[in-house]
Design a protein around this ligand. Structure first.
Ligand SMILES: Cc1ncc(COP(=O)(O)O)c(C=O)c1O
Length: 459
């Protein structure tokens, strides 16, 4: 490792996240990434990686897109007032207008924030203030962020545990289950039904066709707001500008749409919560309520300049259509390449949000293991091992954070045809070397043992 990289590792382990650094040493993930350009990332040793993770979909333009860079430099050159606390900000106004035009329909108010959890939190607060109802309904396996409000609408016990008790009145239903949704909503206890159009961190899980439209109709019927968390699916990721505008869901009319990640072009933190005006009026429409929601840096000039540039590049380069086309090529290519693989259950996805679900757990090799060990191997280890082997083959991809048995791909929307071929070839080769679960287990155990002797050092 170079001296600079060693310094980074030591300081990070001392001052930022010691446990994360140890964890990276368990299997041998340890790399210091020092540069990123287009669809590739480079480490301190000069190795190049195709980025199929792209910060969980936060880099729609790839890394350091020249138009984004130019827009940020121009923003500084104009010496703007960065904030909007004493008057309206031109860049926030422009950004809100661009978002509203793209969302269409009635989503005409934009609440700015600094990221995904804040954008969802804004939706939750607005729903409570507008309806006067206490409860929230959300889905099993959802991911909405790590704030106290957003954790309250997630059912992951590991993430929630240390922070209990969370908000009261929160319930979950099965994702995609219209009957369960109807039964829960008819109690009229819920201010909002919060849902991702596709479960992202839950493992790229698609609902049945028309689910969002039916959810919207039920929410309207029972006076509950439909809050769509498009933090991961929004801005072209699924082959539509917003996932709720995709085929089959055209009739869906959400009350609130939450955006973040891609909105900052992979460079700046920004969240936006688009709201129908009648709900906004009810929640914050009077002069004694105008400041009930906000944050110091929400809608700052630099983040808004990044968002405007990102939306412009998405349009100018046709990235929404590109995501649909290349996403289909990648998904279908992978499905073909991995067909019949004993450890691949399914390849699925929409646009450039793709999941490779691992399994089946009863594959011959796994069936010989005791049940608890089988669960650990199939649900935890396999996905991490494959991600590690991919990294060592020059491709960055990770298991979904709530479903480690699903390898999730959320590459930049600028992915090229060549990148698609590289991705299919590399995944194909790595999976070829992992057909037999016993040898995967033996290799992983040997690796962990070796790294343990080195104190799980990085690297
Ligand atoms: C669907 C969804 N909502 C919310 C969030 C939280 O976003 P952030 O990490 O910016 O707070 C995420 C992050 O992965 C997400 O995928």
């Amino acid at each position: 490792m170079t001296p600079d990289a060693r310094e980074t590792v030591d300081a990070y382990a001392r001052h930022v996240n010691p446990a994360f650094m140890r964890l990276l040493g368990v299997l041998g993930y340890g790399r210091v990434f020092t540069r990123a350009e287009g669809n590739h990332v480079f480490d301190a040793e000069g190795r190049r990686y195709l980025d199929l993770l792209a910060a969980f979909g936060a880099c729609p333009l790839g890394h350091n897109h020249p138009a984004l860079r130019a827009a940020l430099l121009a923003c500084f050159d104009a010496s703007p007032l960065f904030f909007s606390h004493v008057g309206p900000s031109p860049s926030a106004a422009r950004c809100a207008q661009m978002l509203v035009e793209r969302a269409g329909g009635d989503l005409s108010i934009c609440l700015f924030s600094n990221g995904g959890a804040e954008a969802v939190e804004a939706g939750l607060k607005l729903a409570r203030a507008a309806t006067g109802r206490p409860g929230f309904l959300s889905c099993h396996g959802a991911y909405h962020g790590l704030g106290l409000g957003t954790l309250s609408v997630m059912d992951d016990t590991r993430l929630r545990g240390p922070f209990e008790p969370l908000l009261p009145g929160c319930e979950t239903v099965r994702f995609g289950d219209v009957a369960a949704l109807d039964a829960a909503l008819r109690t009229k206890r819920h201010a909002a039904f919060v849902v991702e159009p596709i479960l992202g961190e839950g493992g790229a899980v698609l609902p049945p066709p028309g689910y969002l439209a039916e959810a919207g109709a039920l929410c309207r019927k029972y006076g509950t707001l439909l809050v769509l968390d498009e933090v991961q699916t929004g801005l072209g990721r699924t082959g539509a500008m917003f996932a709720f505008q995709g085929a089959g869901d055209e009739r869906c009319t959400p009350d609130v749409v939450c955006l973040a990640k891609a909105l900052g072009g992979g460079a700046l933190p920004i969240g936006a919560t688009l709201v129908r005006p009648e709900w906004h009026r009810k929640a914050y429409g009077t002069m004694d309520r105008f400041d009930l929601h906000g944050a110091t840096f929400a809608g700052n000039a630099l983040s808004c300049a990044a968002a405007c540039a990102t939306l412009s590049v998405i349009d100018a380069e046709g990235l929404v259509a590109a995501a649909a086309r290349r996403g289909e090529a990648l998904r279908d290519g992978l499905a073909q390449r991995l067909a019949g693989h004993p450890l691949v259950r399914e390849v699925r996805g929409r646009g450039l949000m793709i999941g490779v679900e691992l399994g089946p757990v009863d594959a011959a090799g796994l069936a010989r293991l005791a049940a608890p060990l089988r669960a650990v191997v199939s649900e935890k280890l396999l996905g991490q091992w494959i991600a590690l082997r991919l990294l060592e083959s020059g491709v960055i991809a990770q298991p979904a954070s709530q479903a480690w048995d699903v390898l999730k791909l959320t590459p930049p929307l600028t992915l090229t045809d060549t990148d698609v071929v590289t991705a299919i070839d590399t995944l194909g080769q790595v999976f070829d070397a992992c057909r037999d679960v016993s040898s995967v287990l033996a290799a992983a155990a040997a690796r962990i043992g070796r790294n343990a002797l080195r104190g799980f050092a990085f690297p």
